[in-house]
Design a protein. Structure first.
Length: 807
């Protein structure tokens, strides 16, 4: 493999000349159109083709390269970077089906083309075209009014992930210049694991070893991770996973309530587990290891705190608070965590747990990895902590072929981003609690809602700029409740929505601005898996209709608010990109020049095997972690101190405790396999689907045909309910009802239904009392109650009932 030796002849870009610059002309044409996505429209047949490069900017680690074949200033078809472009076989940031269907989105009849104002009720979706002048004027004057009335703490930019690029946060920058906005912390992706990892490993060890490291492993355990589905694209973990399996002889176990697609194509073992119970599985394994003398005591005593009495912090000695005491039944709930105990909870037979435990105890190197499914749950902080504790029990940390139990690490190219400016507002909320902050902000405190930077909120959220996100409803939880909060105009008084299509969240906007995709403007992004790469792109066509870039929109607002010069610093977006890129090159001089980068489109850098915590393993004193003890903390005193005095709800902690556990225990979920009810007797778990990235592409009919929205249900549960494959069914619970197709399959554990997240919510919110969601969005059924420690979204934790829709 070499670094960008690929020929550039097919796209020898002209020197960039702003919005319309960089056109490459090439022969070729209609015959090469991808049959799957339709013929090149007849109108283009004779036109000369130009090719431009761009990147996928959706929240998918692929960030793939897209190749636009453009005729008469219209995109005729889209494909991707291939070995022909590269001049080498791999790695190639090739786009998946979704990326290759972009033409379906960018030219869709529902694509937003003009600024609009709302003329119906919030959520009704009735809008009228207005001028840019009116749109910006309204958005700016409302902002001023809210700031004057309530202060800047009432202004908020919700979590939203539809655009990743080096200049993708212009609205935050604009707001910083007019007094600021309420911050958020956490993400919807990793709230629980990102919160717990620093307690255990310190703040600098958040990622695991690269997948390439696992080539040296003898045993590989993946907990709730599916690189083939969630790391798609030609140059990230999907690719790395496929290659790893060609190279390794290791035994691989994938532990998941669902037989995910990453299990396929290798003699892997799927261990079906009840959702939300991984910490119980780990506890059962720990018990076996202890009983059979397979625990690495040297490692635990040298590198860790809290495994047993010997390494408990002074103040906590003699109280049976160690992990060992939890496992052996001397402390906490006083239950011995035998494999038989774990079997009942996890649904995994006791012999299987014992066999797995034996293998864990005897096979080295052991590579333990977890995805983020196990942590996006009500007990996710402790689940992810327990999974991380597993390799520690057998000393499989910091050595060749091992990982630290977190998600795989990567090699990536990091680019400097548009400075967000200094936000004068210091307070911050967990992003998942924004609907609470709209509904009852002044009741939210540090101790009941994780408010940071102050003891409490003074005011609720009154003004939002929702840019490139569908998290107001569709991707947030309990859509019915979110609707009730957002549709009340006395609560959040103004919502500005910026998108490319009328997603469900945008129906709640008061003013809508139509955005250009990143491949309709100059853009750059870096990413990577085992290998690192960067993609630079030029506009594929001129801007159509009245669409503008987000940078232009924020500039217009800044101008209205009298801070244009401070906002732009006299620069166009492209000038910013050039300047930021030069900053990146100063830090990383191997990067090509800007001109080269634009010419090449794709820059690839072969990555290195990275073993997490290698230095710490070699010398734990010289390379102490930045935890309070400098060691791995299996018991965290800091967690106890931080959460002292917190208000907890029933089920947040172990029965009988009034504090949060400071070791990785199994806490039964509030809505889980141990808390189903007669009314809702099944667990309901979610996953990220290959048909969409969240809700993105969720309205593209061709993709819906390939990837229908289905509820996975085990034949045992289906039979009981008279449900057959392909039936239309209703899944319901205390929060709502969704309608979708049944996928009757042994690929999901009995007693649990699995529904992919991100389907487009489709309910009559005004006429239908039941608000049946015929789009099948799982967030009609999820709760807004946050997980106890991180205050994150526990969106995989639900219970339900399923019934066939009568004919
Ligand atoms: N139940 C459940 N819910 C979940 C999850 C789960 O596992 N289960 N996962 C959560 C996670 S991890 C995440 S990250 C969130 C993601 O939630 P979101 O950040 O809301 O992601 P998307 O649904 O992809 O929405 C992205 C929006 O950006 C728009 N967009 C795309 N390209 C552009 C562009 O160029 N410009 C503009 N202005 N807009 C654009 C799309 O049309 C879409 O409306 O969802 C969370 N929600
Ligand atoms: N195709 C596609 N790719 C994506 C996305 C997408 O929407 N679609 N979203 C992107 C984003 S923003 C993110 S954050 C990541 C999300 O990446 P992840 O969070 O890792 O993805 P999930 O599908 O939520 O979970 C991974 C697996 O965990 C399983 N799982 C759920 N609960 C449990 C549990 O309690 N125990 C165990 N052992 N397994 C469990 C699920 O069945 C699933 O197979 O993916 C990214 N990639
Ligand atoms: S959705 Fe992901 S895998 Fe598909 S083209 Fe975009 S970045 Fe690549
Ligand atoms: Mo995410």
């Amino acid at each position: 493999m070499s670094t960008n030796t690929h020929a550039v002849s097919r796209r020898s870009f002209l020197k960039t000349t702003g919005a319309l610059g960089a056109l490459a002309v090439a022969a070729g044409g209609a015959a090469s159109a991808d049959a799957m996505f339709g013929e090149v429209p007849a109108a283009f047949a004779d036109a000369q083709e130009k090719i431009t490069w761009g990147h996928c900017a959706i929240n998918c680690p692929g960030r793939c390269s897209l190749k636009f074949h453009v005729k008469d200033d219209e995109v005729a078809w889209v494909d991707t970077f291939t070995s022909k472009d590269a001049g080498f076989d791999d790695p190639q940031p090739r786009a998946c089906l979704r990326g290759r269907t972009y033409r379906r989105w960018l030219a869709h009849p529902d694509r937003l083309s003009y600024p609009m104002k709302r003329v119906g009720k919030r959520g009704e979706g009735k809008f009228e075209r207005i001028s840019w002048e009116e749109a910006i004027d309204t958005a700016a004057s409302k902002l001023k009014e809210v700031i004057d009335t309530y202060g800047n703490e009432a202004v908020y930019v919700p979590y939203a992930t539809g655009v990743s690029a080096s200049t993708s946060r212009p609205f935050n920058r604009m707001l910083s210049l007019v007094g600021g906005y309420l911050n958020f912390y956490n993400s919807y992706s990793t709230a629980q694991i990102s919160c717990i990892t620093p307690y255990m490993y310190g703040s600098k060890q958040s990622s695991g070893s690269t997948l390439s490291t696992a080539e040296d492993a003898e045993l590989i355990l993946l907990f709730g991770s599916s690189p083939v589905e969630t790391r798609q694209g030609g140059a990230v973990s999907h690719y790395d996973w496929a290659h790893l399996r060609e190279k390794t002889n290791a035994k691989i176990y994938i532990i998941d309530p669902r037989m995910n697609d990453s299990v396929m194509g290798h003699s892997d073992t799927w261990l079906p587990i009840n959702p939300g119970t991984d910490a119980a599985l780990v506890a059962g394994i720990a018990h076996y290891l202890i009983e059979h003398d397979m625990v690495d005591l040297d490692f635990l005593h040298t590198y860790c705190v809290g495994y047993d009495e010997e390494t408990m912090p002074e103040a906590y000695k003699g109280k049976n608070l160690s992990y060992y005491d939890y496992i052996m039944g001397a402390g906490y709930d006083k239950v011995e965590k035998t494999p038989a105990w774990a079997a009942k909870i996890t649904g995994i037979p006791v012999e299987t747990i014992e066999k797995l435990a034996y293998e864990v105890g005897t096979t080295k190197p052991l590579y333990v990895n977890q995805g983020w499914g196990p942590q996006r749950r009500s007990n996710g902080e402790w689940t992810s902590w327990a999974i991380m504790a597993l390799p520690c029990l057998v000393g499989q940390i910091g050595l060749e072929g091992t990982s630290n139990g977190t998600r795989e690490g990567s090699n990536s190219i990091s680019l400097s981003s548009l400075p967000k400016g200094t936000n004068p507002v210091k307070k911050s909320i967990p992003c998942f609690l924004f609907t609470d902050a709209i509904d009852h902000g002044p009741e939210m405190t540090a101790k009941n809602a994780g408010v940071k930077g102050g003891d409490k909120l003074e005011v609720g959220i009154k003004y939002m700029i929702n840019y490139a996100g569908n998290c107001l409803t569709n991707q947030h939880s309990d859509i019915n409740k979110a609707h009730d909060i957002l549709s009340d105009e006395s609560k959040c008084e103004f919502i500005l929505g910026v998108d490319t299509v009328m997603c469900d969240s945008l129906k709640y906007a008061d003013i809508i601005l139509p955005d250009l995709f990143r491949f309709e403007q100059v853009s750059m992004i870096g990413t990577g898996g085992d290998n690192a790469y960067m993609i630079a792109g030029q506009p594929c066509t001129s801007p159509k209709f009245e669409r503008k870039t987000a940078y232009e929109m924020a500039t217009l607002m800044a101008e209205k608010l009298g801070v244009k010069d401070e906002f732009t610093e006299g620069k166009t977006e492209e000038e910013w990109i050039v300047e930021l890129y030069e900053q990146s090159r100063e830090k990383d001089p191997e990067l090509p020049t800007y001109e080269q980068a634009m010419e090449q489109g794709v820059y690839v850098r072969p990555g290195k095997k990275k073993v997490s915590m290698e230095k710490f393993r070699t010398d734990p004193v010289a390379n102490a972690l930045d935890t309070p003890s400098g060691k791995i903390e299996i018991f965290s005193e800091k967690l106890l101190q931080f959460t002292d005095g917190w208000e907890l709800q029933d089920g947040d902690t172990l029965a009988g405790m009034d504090t949060l556990p400071a070791i990785p225990v199994y806490i039964p979920e509030w809505f889980g396999v141990e808390s189903t009810t007669e009314e809702f007797p099944l667990a309901l778990t979610g996953f990220h689907y290959r048909g969409r990235i969240h809700s993105s592409w969720g309205f593209i009919e061709d993709l819906k045909e390939v990837n229908p929205q289905e509820a996975w249900i085990n034949p045992l549960d289906a039979q009981e309910r008279g449900i057959s494959q392909g039936d239309t069914i209703r899944v319901k619970n205390q929060f709502g009802v969704i309608e979708l197709l049944a996928k009757v399959t042994p690929r999901v554990v009995p007693g649990t239904v699995a529904v992919s997240q991100g389907a487009w919510h489709d309910a009559d919110m005004f006429g239908d009392a039941e608000r049946v969601d015929k789009g099948g969005s799982i967030n009609t059924l999820t709760t807004q109650r946050p997980s106890p420690l991180s205050k994150g979204n526990p969106q995989h934790t639900n219970i339900c009932q399923v019934e066939k829709v009568s004919a």
